[in-house]
Design a protein around this ligand. Structure first.
Ligand SMILES: [Zn+2]
Length: 240
C-alpha cells in the first residue's frame, strides 16, 4: 500500500508535483493528514488524486465543522456523526479505527495542553482516549481471530509525537506517554505523526522502535508498505 502523508504546512511543491502529474503520485492508495493542514489544501489533494483521505486535526487546525453551529445543530451533528465525513470526503480518524485494505487505521488528534486553544490534551486526558482505542483494537483482533481472518497490521496517525521520539522539551511539543504503551502492545507497522517542524527536509525524521517505523510527516512524504517492508521517500529527496 502506498500512502501520501502530509502535515503542518500547505506545501506548494506538492501542489506543483500534482499539477505536473508526477509518476510517484500515480499509484497512491490513500492520503493521510497528520494535522495542521488547511481544508482547502486537503480538498485540492482529494479532488486531484481522487483517493480516500484519513485525517486528524492538529492544534492549529483551521477548520471547525461544528464551530459555526448553534447548540441544537451541534447536538444533532454529534449524534449523527456528520462531522466524521467532511464535504471533501475525508474521514476524521480521531479516537476511531477504520479498516482499509488489510490494515487498521487509528488516529489521535491534537497536542499536549499548553494554553486554552482547541485540540489540546493533558497526558491524563490522552491516556484515557488511547486506553479506549486499545480496547477497540483488542475487540477487533479478537473478532478476526474467532472468524479465522488474517491478522491485520495497524497504522497509527497522530498529530503529536510519542514521548521520547522526535518530541521536544517545551510543553507544546512534548509527546504523549501512553502512545508508547500502545506501540509496545500492538506493534503497529507504521506510526505517522506531525507537529514537529524541521528545516532540513533533505533528511526525513524516521525512527525504528521495535517493529514500528515512526515517521514525522512534516511537509509531505510517500510511505510504501509492501509485504511488511516499509519504505519512506521524504519530500525533498528523490521526488523533486
Ligand atoms: Zn501542531
Amino acid at each position: 500500500m502506498k500512502i501520501l502523508a502530509v502535515s503542518d504546512k500547505d506545501d506548494s511543491k506538492l501542489q506543483a508535483c500534482i499539477l505536473q502529474n508526477m509518476k510517484f503520485l500515480q499509484d497512491i492508495d490513500v492520503i493521510v493528514s497528520c494535522g495542521d493542514i488547511s481544508s482547502q489544501y486537503l480538498e485540492f489533494l482529494v479532488d486531484s488524486l481522487k483517493k480516500p483521505l484519513f485525517f486528524v486535526k492538529g492544534n492549529h487546525q483551521t477548520f471547525h465543522p461544528s464551530g459555526h453551529k448553534g447548540y441544537i445543530e451541534k447536538f444533532l451533528s454529534d449524534i449523527y456523526e456528520t462531522d466524521k465525513h467532511f464535504n471533501f470526503g475525508g474521514i476524521n480518524l480521531h479516537a476511531r479505527a477504520e479498516i482499509f485494505q488489510d490494515y487498521i487505521f487509528i488516529g489521535f488528534e491534537g497536542s499536549m495542553k499548553y494554553n486554552k486553544g482547541s485540540f489540546q490534551y493533558t497526558q491524563h486526558e490522552m491516556t484515557k482516549i488511547v486506553k479506549k482505542m486499545e480496547n477497540t483494537i483488542y475487540f477487533m483482533q479478537m473478532k478476526d481471530l474467532i472468524l479465522r481472518r488474517k491478522k491485520r497490521k495497524i497504522i497509527v496517525v497522530s498529530h503529536a509525537p510519542l514521548a521520547g521520539i522526535h518530541d521536544q522539551k517545551d510543553l507544546c511539543h512534548q509527546g504523549f506517554a501512553r502512545f508508547k504503551n500502545f506501540l509496545n502492545k500492538f506493534k503497529p507497522i507504521v506510526w505517522l505523526h506531525g507537529h514537529i517542524h524541521f528545516n532540513d527536509q533533505r533528511n526525513a525524521q524516521i525512527t525504528k522502535v521495535d517493529e514500528t517505523l515512526v515517521v514525522n510527516t512534516y511537509g509531505f512524504h510517500v510511505i510504501n508498505i509492501d509485504n511488511g517492508k516499509v519504505d519512506v521517500i521524504s519530500n525533498a529527496k528523490n521526488l523533486l
